[in-house]
Design a binder for this molecule. Sequence first.
Ligand code: EPU
Length: 444
Amino acid sequence: MAHEHMAQDRHWYQVSGGVPLTGTVTAAGAKNSVTKLLVASLLTDRPCTLDLVPDILEVHLVLDMLAELGTKVSWTGPGQVTVHTPTVTATALSEAYSGVNRIPVLMIGPLLHRVGEAYLPLPGGCTIGKRPIDYHLSGLAEMGAAITEELRSVKVHAGRLNGVHFTLPFPSVGATESLLLAGVLAKGTTVIQGAAVEPEVIDLVMFLQKMGALVNVETDRTITIEGVEKLRGAEHSVIPDRIETASFAALAVATGGRIEVAGAQQEHLVTFLNAMRKVGGEFAPTDGGLVFWRERPLTAVHQETGVHPGFMTDWQQPFTVMLTQAKGTSIMHETIYEDRFGYTQQLAEMGADISLSDSCLGSGGCRWHRRGFQHTAIVTGPVALNGAHLAIPDLRAGFSYIMAALIADGTSTVAGTRYLERGYEDPVGKLRAVGAHIETITAQ
Ligand code: EPU
């Protein structure tokens, strides 16, 4: 249960770098889609079946949470999970889940519809900024939920929620998903303006539509939900993880190798592929996937992260490591999170030339301009990286540390592997499949 997932890290990786990585890996299902689809299954008393479910800690964590609420969970085949909540047997999740991830807040809408109340731990997730949930809660409050925030939890009750017109101050993925999960069974129509339209959000829309929901997504970030009385069970295959794919693509380009990601979808990677090509990487479709390689000596670029269809904040870390191998001075401007460059300090200790700025260098400015947040990285390359002792601070930084260790001459040790295993399926197996020298060491 919760405490098992938060157990002390007793493993680390030993990584020897310096060789081009070549081979094929298969894309896992998207972590940031599957966890929301699992929550959506709470909206019906009928079974739901999901395919391409990744075997990652985050999925097991969410399945354990659902089991606490009365969900029957069965793995019905490789990568296939059936979740069925005939009756919601508890309206509270144990406090041990407080600060663990951002999923409990999404359960508010479904629990209100099923049982009229919810008592849930406040979210955590990676420490990459303040990450408040004010948009989630104000949207739900406007729909009629009575909310009491406690120190580590939130207590909510409501009769049937009402549809509302809500304008998001920023196209938040999680808040859009919260309002979708609350709106599909609400009385009347809910309109979300300024909604996030990330592929993972659209995947949730498609699953809800299969369950019987009426949801329309307009091209101007308006999502319109006509509330229905009841939803039914559905079967759905999770979209491939575009963060994992971009991570392996950056690894191929950075090491001068060639990696195929079976199952990767170009339509979810358009912005990444443009950026990768400008640095000197290239790609081609394969039979059901994409292959990535280094086309020419890498050169510096100016890149900024943004909401979809922009360059994902979760591509930023492997891309930044790749930029240490590009000739010239690159700029990476992070506009989604105010504090997502902390990981670069350990890269600098490996020899990377990276400095940070609180200015939006070379671009139109963002919410974090000159507010004291080091949200722009200036990366000068190419540099030879040296092996080091690294400690993973968060999930996405985790892959970038493994990447840096694989580029570096010599051997590195990487601690904090549970962060990585939360979101990447079988990272050691997949890295070995492309020729990486990586061992898991377990403390006695
Ligand atoms: N925000 C608020 N108030 C809110 C909600 C968001 O101010 O109520 C702000 C956030 O602080 C942030 C911005 O809005 O500055 C965007 O946050 P968003 O809500 O879009 O992010 P999220 O839903 O919490 C998901 C992913 C993240 C991913 C972001 C952006 C999940 C579980 N997490 O987070 O993934 O970086 O969208 O695409 O889906 C990861 O997988 O490693 C990860 C961090």
